[in-house]
Ligand binder design. Sequence first.
Ligand code: AMP
Length: 274
Amino acid sequence: MEIARTLPALRQVCDRTRRPLALVPTMGALHRGHVALIEAAHREGATVAASLFVNPTQFGANEDFSRYPRDEAADLSTFEKAGCAIVWVPDVTTMYAEGDATTITVGGPAEGFEGAMRPGHFRGVATVVAKLFGQVRPDIAYFGEKDWQQLQVIRRMVANLHLPVQVEGVPTIREADGLALSSRNRYLSAGDRARAPALYAALCTARDALRGDADVAQALGAGRRSLADAGFTVDYFDLVEAETLAPPRGRGEALRLIAAARLGTTRLLDNIAI
Ligand code: AMP
């Protein structure tokens, strides 16, 4: 495994690598969800480059950038065991060099939900992902369905900017009790960790009700109430068109239930296909 920390070093390893080259962008604090992305790339027969960069521009002023979990040695060891050929570990001044004056603002799927709750978040995500694509020049890039809205925002950016990269989504990896793996789960107190699986349970219950022709408003209302009863503060629990995140128009588009809810100071995100 080659670790590149500068753009010239990255260029050298990427230029002599076997294609297709897959990129798996991460912010570290790796878990089995990240490993699933690397495994999906291997199944396509790709050489895997992972990136490790906690991107400051996607965190709001009152968010957890400074306390985001960082353990580079453990992450490099996980990348190596997972069979990554290349790890790209840029520093902030490489990603945002002097004169940096370009950002990417995606509309459409970036506008509601996380986009509304975290102003500037998707601008930070889209900009850093575009930079990573320009640096690594992958043929394919892998993102988790766990961050459903993020996946749709990246797909839209790639389509609108005609970027020469194929974007693949990977299903969410969960704990045995249903909780979606997340680097932020470690912030949960023992009591909140015990309550946390209620989020996925509420999504499953609402999905089953909607598949059985239940009234949408009733099913969503029941989901929100069950989360409040379990001790969550619900930011949203909604049914949307899967690709656009617009309200369902009843024209047979794929639908997705998406949710964000807080336990104490920890915000949990999850979603499920209908
Ligand atoms: P992060 O390091 O949190 O920025 O996540 C890096 C990538 O891993 C993103 O594409 C996430 O959507 C994906 N990811 C995070 N958690 C999971 C999970 N539980 N299952 C699958 N993918 C995940």
